[in-house]
Design a protein around this ligand. Structure first.
Ligand code: ATP
Length: 614
């Protein structure tokens, strides 16, 4: 298991566990399919011989002969069946009818088992892919926030959709390669050896040559396959970006810009797929050509045997039929290897998601935060997003329970970064953030976040009903509580005016609502959650006065009696804050109450002056 490809392969198969649930039935169906399938072709022989009367001789038979692997046995069984159905008098039409019926029945059985086998594979495929997608999605969602700034969403999406589809061949074709085709090959080989071992020896020497030539082509598919999947990721990324920016694209008339971007990756993708198809499509014609050449040589060699009288003509026809059939499973195996190769390339990309380790993790034995008791403290915190440029330097401050602390300062100073460290979206490189004297790293992330509510600038709503957007997946909440939260958030009145009230679907990202309405829904969400610590990133976008007033009122109710850290843009919030911390260039420049800072005449005083002028 040292080889990395083998490792990827086994891990992919791991998703199909327990394998025996599929392999055992598949094994039986395959054996039965192979038995009836080869039997069907064996029936050609007596049909031909009965017409040429060079092999089949009818003798009334009344007891079932002993079953053994030989042409005579087939003769005896046929005679027995004939006698049982039609009696002692021989008639060629009767015989042919009997043969046809046997042919039809055995073929029917063969195909029935093939179908059952195929359905086993399909079930395995669907279950495995479902499990894979679930695991990938869950793992992605559990990653730390920073992961998503480095990875493009489109690429992640394409891994969960398109790579998983690619990988399915890898898993299911394995079953076919291991369990179905070999039995067919063995079945035909046994039949061929029985007919003529000389001819078979000759063909067996020829077949590996075919496999070798085609295998060489197929092996060169894996690299382009991986690149193809990467380009698919690029394409989905561009689509995702363009679709979510459709309004901007239209208003700036930059349709050409996104179209060009898209068509470039699209063209690169087709180019690659075409070069892959060239190799892939070569495999089939090549193997068929090699197969037919083999048959021709067998024809010459076998023809000579017939002429010399070593083999009967009807056996020879049956042999050719078997030989042409044996190339089919053989070709299938080769084709499957091509797919497995591509599947492995996709598999590597899938594991790049599953193996990604979240940078923010719960410590072993982390404790749960059951209540926020007295303080939230930043102690000498320094932080950098990329380990290159420090965004926060040595930040220290304490928020006491029940206080509202406002963070103000020039754009890019680091206010949002501070707010994102509190729910542990990122961990600081230096210093500690402590709740009630215990480092955030010692709490479980889930219990930590359970006590926090975040209301951010960009209201994030789901394409779902208003009710579900407020309840956020919690099903244990009564309608009364949802309504009460909506009232506090000044949202109830507009909600009941919506066509279906609380059951109205608000569209993609809440696009059917106005900006102020979206904000109030997200405030209602926070009210319902009733967090002990509230992190509020006030919207900078201006709402009209009426809407602004409603939102402001809602926020005031939300803040009441809560410990809150507010990234403040509105004068009113700043006035009412217990303390104001001015952040500039990642450092605390000043802190104090509104009155104190005004009196100081520093940065804060200037900011206020600017805002009042505006
Ligand atoms: P504003 O008032 O404009 O929202 P802010 O004070 O909230 O600004 P932050 O968003 O915290 O500022 O950004 C602080 C610095 O960190 C900025 O220089 C920004 O370029 C950088 N930054 C923010 N997010 C990331 C990120 N995900 N990766 C790398 N750098 C980032």
């Amino acid at each position: 298991m040292k080889h990395p490809l083998l490792k990827t392969y086994w891990r992919l198969l791991g998703f199909a566990r327990p394998l025996s649930r599929y392999t055992v039935p598949y094994f039986f169906y395959s054996v039965l399919h192979a038995v009836f399938n080869t039997f069907t072709y064996t029936m050609i022989m007596p049909i031909v011989s009965s017409l040429f009367s060079d092999g089949y001789t009818f003798e009334p038979t009344y007891s079932m002969p002993k079953i053994r692997l030989s042409g005579e046995c087939l003769n005896e069984v046929l005679s027995y069946a004939y006698t049982a159905v039609f009696g002692e008098r021989f008639n060629i039409t009767y015989l042919l009818t009997l043969l046809s019926v046997i042919l039809i029945v055995s073929n029917l059985l063969s195909n029935m088992f093939r179908y059952m086998g195929a359905m086993t594979v399909e079930t395995m495929r669907m279950r495995t892919l479902e499990k894979m997608r679930n695991e990938m999605f869950a793992h992605t969602m559990s990653m730390n926030v920073g992961y998503f700034s480095d990875q493009r969403k489109g690429d992640i999406m394409s891994k969960i959709t398109s790579d998983v589809m690619m990988v399915q061949f890898c898993i299911t074709n394995t079953l076919q390669v291991l369990f179905r085709e070999p039995f067919l090959i063995i079945g035909y080989l046994v039949m061929m050896v029985k007919i003529s071992w000389e001819l078979t020896l000759f063909s067996v020497l020829y077949l590996p040559l075919v496999a070798l030539v085609i295998g060489a082509v197929v092996k060169r598919l894996r690299h382009p396959a991986r690149e193809g999947q990467e380009r698919m990721g690029d394409m989905v990324s561009i689509m995702e970006e363009s679709l979510s920016a459709v309004k901007i694209v239209k208003s700036y008339n930059c349709f050409d810009y996104v179209r060009r971007k898209f068509s470039v990756v699209n063209a690169r993708m087709s180019e690659l797929l075409l070069s892959m198809a060239r190799k892939q499509q070569l495999a089939s014609p090549m193997s068929e050509f090699l197969g037919i050449s083999a048959i021709s040589v067998v024809l010459i060699f076998g023809g000579m045997l017939v002429m010399r009288g070593t083999m009967s003509a009807s056996w020879f026809v049956a042999y050719i039929a078997a030989f042409s059939q044996i190339t089919r499973p053989l070709r299938a195996i080769i084709d499957q290897f091509a797919n497995i190769n591509q599947g492995l390339a996709a598999g590597e990309r899938i594991f790049s998601i599953i193996d990604a380790r979240s940078e923010v993790q719960d410590k072993a034995g982390a404790r749960t935060l059951d209540r926020f008791r007295h303080t939230l403290e930043f102690r000498n915190v320094s932080f950098s997003y990329d380990d290159a440029r420090e965004v926060l330097h040595d930040i220290s401050f304490t928020v006491h329970k029940g206080e509202t602390v406002a963070l103000v300062g020039p754009s890019g100073g680091g206010k949002s970064t501070i707010s994102e460290l509190i729910p542990r979206f990122y961990d600081p490189q230096q210093g500690e953030i402590l709740i009630d004297g215990v480092s955030l790293r010692d709490y479980t992330q889930e219990s930590l976040r359970a006590h926090m509510g975040i209301v951010s600038q960009d209201t994030v709503l789901f394409n779902d009903t208003i009710r579900n957007n407020i309840a956020m997946g919690r099903t244990d909440i009564t309608d009364e509580r949802i309504e009460a939260a909506a009232r506090v958030a000044n949202a109830h009145d507009f909600i009941v005016e919506c066509p279906e009230g609380y059951d109205t679907n608000i569209g993609d990202r809440g696009s059917k609502l106005s900006g102020g309405q979206r904000q109030r829904i997200s405030i209602a969400r926070a009210v319902l959650r009733n967090p002990e610590i509230l992190i509020l990133d006030e919207a900078t976008s201006a709402l009209d006065t009426e809407s602004e007033k409603l939102v402001q009122e809602a926020l005031t109710s939300l803040l009441k009696g809560r410990t809150s850290i507010v990234i403040a843009h509105r004068l009113s919030t700043i006035h009412n804050a217990d303390r104001i911390i001015v952040i500039e260039h990642g450092r605390i420049a000043e802190q104090g109450t509104h009155a104190e800072l005004l009196a100081r005449g520093g940065i804060y005083a200037k900011l206020i002056e600017l805002q009042s002028l505006a």
